[in-house]
Structures are given as structure tokens and as C-alpha cells.
Design a protein around this ligand. Structure first.
Ligand code: GDP
Ligand code: IMO
Ligand code: MG
Length: 452
């Protein structure tokens, strides 16, 4: 039975929560593999709206075991609040497990994130201020504290005592000058540990055992490919690897255990935070999309920047994730727009570029080249087959599919589970491309600075 990875193909907020929830009925385990409470995944069930930051979206099904893997950075306060919120709303959280090896986001990471952003001023990344970058940095420096330390007071105190003077010295030099004391932090952490103890596990074996006994495991990415530390427009990225490969490192599975990678994208684009965004719309059309699509950050409440769909990074995203199929969300939001633009290439320094530029500087100088599609005026929430969509909507979906080079198998026309068009079977492995790869060989399409 398969391991399926669900991965965002854009800048996050593609509707991964809806996708996970839609597919979760058929699986027995859902795993978060990276990121932390910077994520905000929304699931709509009738009148009820669930906004999840750490617990995988599959939690709403009672039969699913939910795992927070070792690649996630966990703020225990957020996790406890989320477990309490779910329990209060009648959701069973007894099968939620968090990896003992996952790193902790502690209050000084949150302070460091905010202070570093404040110091950057106009050059800030626009982080969620959740302490994500500092926690992953400490993990890489091997000075991080882990979930397992929450239930070992001696080890927690000793590790914290080693790191806290350096943290306080750093914070003293940053805006805000927040300082932290050892014993109150130890007391807080031990209370967290007490509460979370029943949920701690060596999650890699849970996932491996599930796969070994033939269970279907869903691995739910957070953020998106264009925010990936290695593949996004650095430094305007997050500090983890949302791409499908991150499911291996952060979930504890091997590459050959992944059977299926479903890329999630929406019919236009959004971006929260700073960084280059060639197809950004700052006009009334953009404002209309933002308002109809309710494009407000789930975690921070910040307005999301909105733009036309950009097919240049799409092909890159499909490639680096080895996406085998795609779920296209929020097609309904484009109803009522006279003409829809799809960015198929950039002009950079007078040259046509079809390959996603690797540097933020190149991207900042990119002018989008658009193909234009006639829109449709009618609402499409009720469509349950492609045939029920207006012809112009079908044409647009088909253009996106050609640009992606892999099949769009699910089309979402509303936030609810039922508002979904199931188009075809899902290929378990990537099929040969439907469209030719971008012409990287010709001088006209090569990015500036590429070797000839
Ligand atoms: P995620 O972070 O990728 O899970 O996405 P978010 O939950 O942050 O943002 C997606 C938003 O769009 C949520 O409010 C979803 O309920 C909503 N949504 C998802 N799919 C659709 C759709 O097809 N149509 C509409 N109108 N809303 C959708
Ligand atoms: P989901 O899982 C959209 C963005 C932030 C900022 C950058 C770095 O809901 O799709 P960070 O706090 O991670 O250090 O911020 O990444 N960002 C997201 N944007 N959706 C998310 O998550 C995001 N998580 C982080 O806005 O630009
Ligand atoms: Mg989100």
C-alpha cells in the first residue's frame, strides 16, 4: 500500500489542508514532516472551520493516526492549544503522536525571530514570527532542545543552561532586548512535558510499521516549493524543505517508499511575506481575487499578496518534487473575470526566459510574458465533473495541465470536501511528460548568467 506525499507547488496556502482532508478518508495515517506553526491549514466541514498549525489535517477522521515527524519544529504551547481546541470541538486526539526527536521552538526562538526581522527593517523576510528560522538554525548548530527533553528535567536544565547565556547575549544586542531566565523556562517546559507525555513516540517506527503492514500513509507538507530553503528565492524562503524529498528526511521514510506525489496548486497565486513576485497584481482584479478568495494569512492574519498563475516555477516545482499528479484548488475564485492571464515565460534583460531563475535578484528583474484566456462569468461551486464546467474554465485547466506536464486529477470548486471534481485515477508513479520540457538549451531561453 502506498505512501502518498502532498506538497505545495507554489508559495504555500495552496489548499493543502483541503487536499489532505479530501484524500484522508482512504488512509490510516497522516504525517507532518517539516515546518512548524508557521503553517496554517484550513479544513471546512459544513459550518465548521478548523485551522490547523501542527496536527496533520487528517485528524478530523477518527480512524486516522496522526504523526508529527522528527523534521517538524514544535512549539509545545501551540501544540497543546491545538490539541485542547480539537478536544473541545469533539475531535478525538488520542491517536496524535509527536516525534521525540523533533526540535523545540522555545520562547527565545520566537523573540529572536521577531528581533532579527526588526533589525532587517526594510529588508525583512516577512516571517511569521513563530521562531522557525532560529529553531532550525539551533538544530543545525547542534544546540537545539528536543521534544524528548520535555520529559527529562535534568537533561532539559543542563542543555538549556549551556545555551541560554548565549541566547540572552544575542538578544541583548537586538531590538527588544528580551531576556530569559533558566528556572521559569524549565518549569514551563516540565508542565508541557507532563501534558504531552502520552503523545510522545519514536514516530519513525510508527510510520515504518504502518507501511510494512500495508497501510496507506499520507505525508502532508507545509509551506510550498517556492518557499523551500534550497529551491525558493533565497533568502525569501522558510527554513525547511517543504518539497517531497523533505518527507523522507522529516518523516523517516526512504525515497523508494514514496509511491505517489500529489502537487497542490491554486488557480492563481498568492504569497505572504516579502520577496520577488513577477505576476503580482496590485490592481482591482487582484483586490477582487483576494477578497473572493479570502486571501488572509491563516496564521498571522496578514493580507496575502495576489497574482496571476505563474507557469515558470510550476514546471520546476513538478520536477523537483517528481509530482505524479496535481490537485488544482480554488478554480471557483476566478469566476467573473473577463480575461485570465497565465505567465508562460519571463523577459529578463531583454531575453525570453522559461526556466525558473535561481536567484532572487534575477527574479526581481523579471517581467512576465502572458498567454491570455477568455474567462467565464457563472459560479462553478456546483460542478462535480469537468463536463459541468464552462468551456472556458475547461480550457484554462487544460492549459495549466499542459504547462505542468502531469495530469490534474482533482479540481476543487469550493472549500468543502464535497466541492471537488474527481477527474481520473491517480497515477502512482510519475508518467512521462505530457509536454516538452522548457527549452533550456537555446540562448533565447537560458537565464542570465548561465554558462553557454
Ligand atoms: P494551506 O495552507 O495550503 O492548507 O491553505 P490555507 O488553508 O492556508 O488556505 C486555503 C484557503 O482556501 C482555506 O481557507 C480553504 O478553506 C480555502 N479553499 C481550499 N480550496 C478551495 C476552493 O477550491 N475554493 C474556495 N473558494 N476555497 C478553497
Ligand atoms: P502553509 O503551510 C504561506 C512564509 C512567510 C515568510 C517565509 C518565512 O499554511 O502553506 P517563516 O516564519 O517560515 O520563517 O517565514 O515563509 N510562510 C508561509 N507562507 N503559507 C505558509 O504555510 C507559510 N509558512 C511560512 O510568510 O514569507
Ligand atoms: Mg496556509
Amino acid at each position: 500500500m502506498p505512501a502518498t506525499v502532498i506538497v505545495g507547488l507554489q508559495w504555500g496556502d495552496e489548499g493543502k489542508g483541503k487536499t489532505t482532508d479530501f484524500l484522508a478518508e482512504q488512509v490510516s495515517m497522516a504525517v507532518r514532516y517539516q515546518g512548524g506553526d508557521n503553517a496554517g491549514h484550513t479544513v471546512v466541514l459544513g459550518d465548521e472551520v478548523f485551522k490547523l498549525h501542527l496536527v496533520p489535517s487528517g485528524v478530523l477522521y477518527p480512524h486516522i493516526s496522526c504523526v508529527i515527524g522528527p523534521g517538524v519544529v514544535v512549539n509545545p504551547a501551540t501544540l497543546i492549544a491545538e490539541l485542547d481546541m480539537l478536544a473541545e470541538r469533539g475531535i478525538d486526539t488520542s491517536k496524535v503522536r509527536v516525534s521525540r526527536n523533533a526540535h523545540l521552538i522555545l520562547p527565545y526562538h520566537v523573540a529572536q525571530d521577531a528581533a532579527m526581522e526588526a533589525r532587517l527593517g526594510g529588508n525583512a523576510v516577512g516571517t511569521t514570527h513563530r521562531g522557525i528560522g532560529p529553531a532550525y538554525a539551533d538544530r543545525a548548530l547542534r544546540i537545539g532542545l528536543r521534544v524528548e527533553d520535555l520529559v527529562d528535567e535534568r537533561s532539559f536544565r543542563a542543555r538549556l543552561a549551556r545555551v541560554l547565556p548565549d541566547k540572552n547575549a544575542l538578544l541583548a544586542r537586538l531590538p527588544g532586548d528580551e531576556q530569559f531566565e533558566l528556572e521559569p523556562l524549565v518549569a514551563l517546559a516540565m508542565a508541557w512535558g507532563q501534558r504531552l507525555r502520552p503523545h510522545l513516540a519514536d514516530t519513525v517506527w510508527l510510520v515504518q510499521d504502518a507501511l510494512a503492514q500495508g497501510d496507506h500513509v499520507l505525508l502532508e507538507g507545509a509551506q510550498g516549493t517556492l518557499l523551500d530553503l534550497d529551491h525558493g528565492s533565497y533568502p525569501f524562503v522558510t527554513s525547511s524543505n517543504p518539497i517531497a524529498g523533505g518527507a523522507c528526511t522529516g518523516g523517516g521514510i526512504g525515497p523508494l517508499q514514496v509511491d505517489e506525489v500529489i502537487g497542490v496548486m491554486k488557480a492563481y497565486s498568492t504569497r505572504v511575506g516579502s520577496g520577488p513576485y513577477p505576476t503580482e497584481l496590485t490592481d482591482a482584479i487582484g483586490a477582487g481575487i483576494a477578497s473572493r478568495g479570502n486571501e488572509v494569512g491563516t496564521t498571522t492574519g496578514r493580507p496575502r499578496r495576489v497574482g496571476w498563475f505563474d507557469a515558470v516555477p510550476l514546471r520546476y516545482a513538478v520536477a523537483v518534487n517528481s509530482a505524479s499528479s496535481i490537485m488544482l484548488n480554488k478554480l471557483d475564485i476566478l469566476s467573473g473575470i473577463d480575461e485570465i492571464c497565465l505567465c508562460v515565460a519571463y523577459e529578463i534583460d531583454g531575453r525570453r526566459v522559461e526556466a525558473w531563475p535561481s536567484s532572487a535578484e534575477q527574479l526581481a528583474g523579471a517581467t512576465p510574458i502572458y498567454e491570455r484566456f477568455p474567462g467565464w462569468s457563472e459560479p462553478i461551486h456546483a460542478a462535480r465533473t469537468l463536463a459541468e464546467l464552462p468551456e472556458n474554465a475547461r480550457r484554462y485547466v487544460s492549459a495549466l495541465e499542459t504547462a505542468a506536464g502531469v495530469p490534474i486529477v482533482l479540481v476543487s470548486v469550493g472549500p468543502e470536501r464535497s466541492q471537488t471534481i474527481e477527474r481520473a485515477f491517480r497515477p502512482m508513479r510519475r508518467r512521462p511528460s505530457l509536454a516538452p520540457a522548457p527549452n533550456l538549451g537555446s540562448a533565447s531561453s537560458r537565464g542570465p548568467g548561465d554558462l553557454s
